[in-house]
Design a protein around this ligand. Structure first.
Ligand code: F6P
Length: 357
C-alpha cells in the first residue's frame, strides 16, 4: 500500500503532529505500507514530487511548528484552467497520483485545500482531508487544529498589552488574523477581557466605538482594549465588495481597518491610541497541548479511515466526537461566526461591545 501526505494553504501549529500521528498509525498497524511525503502542498503533486517518510522523519515532530513538508497556496480557480503547457493542474495531479500508484492521499489544509481535495476525489483519487487553520472556519467541524494555539498566543499578547495600556491610560487596538471569519478575534477577545470585539460578520460603526471608549473613561476605566479581526469593516463599507474595500484601504496606504479606526478614536476621544498587529506570530511556533492532542486524534482517526478503505471524506469534531464528512458536502461552504449565536450573545450579556449601536 502506498500512502501520500501533503500540507496545503497557510500553515498552522499542529500540522507536524498530524503527520506524526498518521506515520505512527501506519508503523503500528500497516507495517507493509509506504508513506510518501509530497513537498509544498498541491505544488509538489502537480510537479509529481514524492519522497519516502521514515519513522525517524516523523517520530519526533510532535511539538514542532510549521510543516516538515512545506506548503503553498494553489487557488481553486486555477485548478481546472489549462496551465501554460495546455494541461490543467488538476489533470497533472490526477496523473501523478495514478503514476505513483498511490492508494490514499492525506491532505491537511483549510477551506481552499478541501475544495481542491473534493475535485481530486471526484476524479477517483482516494483522498482523506484533515481540517487545519487558525481561522477555525471549516464547515462541518466544531474545531480545526491550530486554532487553540493561535487563541493562546493572542490572549498572551492581549494580557501583555493590558498592563502597558493601564500604565499609560491608553486605548489599545489588537489586530488578530481572520479575514473572512472572526472566530479568533471572538475567542481571544473574550478570553483576553476585551471591551470591544470587531468581526467581519458584524460591520461596525466607528461612532459607536468612540462612544463606548468615552463611556469606559467616564465609568473610571483607565484603558480600553479593542480586538479587531483583520477582516473587520465599517458599516458604511457593508455595501462594498471585498475588492472595493481593499481598494479604498490601498488608497489610504492601509491593508486593514485597524489604523483608520485608531486614528478616528484618538482624534475623537482625545485619548492616546495605539495599535498592534499580531500577524504571523499567531501562525508560527509550537502547538499548544490542546492542539497536539486534537492533531494526534485527527491523524490517528484519519489513518484508521484509510486502513478501512473509507475515502472522499474529511475528519471533523462534532460535539466532542471525531466524525467524518463527505468532501463533496463541505467543499465551498464556510463557517462564519453567527452574530446571533450563543458566543456573541453571552459576550454581549457580559458587556462586550461589538461596535453596533
Ligand atoms: O491561515 C489563515 C490566515 O491566517 C488568514 O487569517 C490570513 O488572512 C491569511 O492566512 C494570511 O496568510 P498569507 O499571508 O500567508 O497568505
Amino acid at each position: 500500500m502506498k500512502i501520500g501526505v501533503l500540507t496545503s494553504g497557510g500553515d498552522c501549529p499542529g500540522l507536524n503532529a498530524v503527520i506524526r500521528a498518521i506515520g505512527l498509525y501506519i508503523t503500528e498497524n500497516l507495517p507493509d505500507a509506504e508513506l510518501l511525503g509530497i513537498p509544498d502542498g498541491y505544488g509538489g503533486l502537480i510537479r509529481g514530487e514524492f519522497f519516502p517518510l521514515k519513522r525517524e522523519d516523523f517520530a519526533d515532530i510532535l511539538n514542532l511548528g510549521g510543516t516538515i513538508l512545506g506548503t503553498s497556496r494553489q487557488p481553486f480557480k486555477q485548478m481546472t484552467r489549462p496551465a501554460e503547457d495546455g494541461t490543467s493542474r488538476l489533470k497533472k495531479m490526477v496523473d501523478n497520483y495514478r503514476k505513483s500508484r498511490l492508494d490514499c492521499l492525506f491532505v491537511l489544509g483549510g477551506a481552499g485545500t478541501h475544495k481542491n481535495a473534493a475535485l481530486l476525489s471526484a476524479e477517483g483519487c482516494h483522498v482523506i482531508g484533515l481540517p487545519k487553520t487558525i481561522d477555525n472556519d471549516i464547515y462541518g467541524t466544531d474545531m480545526t487544529f491550530g486554532f487553540q494555539t493561535a487563541v493562546e498566543v493572542a490572549v498572551e499578547a492581549i494580557d501583555r498589552i493590558r498592563t502597558t495600556a493601564e500604565s499609560h491610560l491608553r486605548t489599545m487596538l489588537i489586530e488578530v488574523m481572520g479575514n473572512k471569519a472572526g472566530w479568533l478575534a471572538l475567542h481571544a477577545g473574550i478570553a483576553g477581557g476585551a471591551d470591544v470585539i470587531l468581526l467581519p460578520e458584524i460591520p461596525f460603526s466607528p461612532d459607536a466605538v468612540v462612544e463606548k471608549v468615552l463611556r469606559n473613561r467616564e465609568q473610571g476605566e483607565r484603558f480600553s482594549l479593542i480586538v479587531v479581526a483583520e477582516g473587520a469593516f465599517l458599516s458604511d463599507e457593508a455595501g462594498l465588495k471585498k475588492k472595493e474595500r481593499q481598494f479604498v484601504r490601498k488608497e489610504r496606504g492601509e491593508s486593514t481597518v485597524t489604523p483608520h479606526l485608531a486614528e478616528i478614536l484618538e482624534e475623537r476621544t482625545g485619548i492616546e491610541t495605539r495599535a498592534t498587529v499580531l500577524g504571523y506570530l499567531q501562525r508560527g511556533g509550537t502547538p499548544s497541548a490542546y492542539d497536539r492532542f486534537l492533531a494526534s486524534r485527527f491523524g490517528g482517526e484519519a489513518a484508521r479511515l484509510c486502513a478501512a478503505g473509507h475515502f472522499g471524506v474529511t475528519v471533523a469534531l462534532n460535539g466532542g466526537n471525531v466524525v467524518y464528512n463527505a468532501l463533496s458536502d463541505i467543499a465551498g461552504r464556510d463557517k462564519p461566526v453567527d452574530p446571533k449565536g450563543e458566543a456573541v450573545r453571552f459576550a454581549r450579556d457580559i458587556g462586550i461591545f461589538f461596535g453596533t449601536k
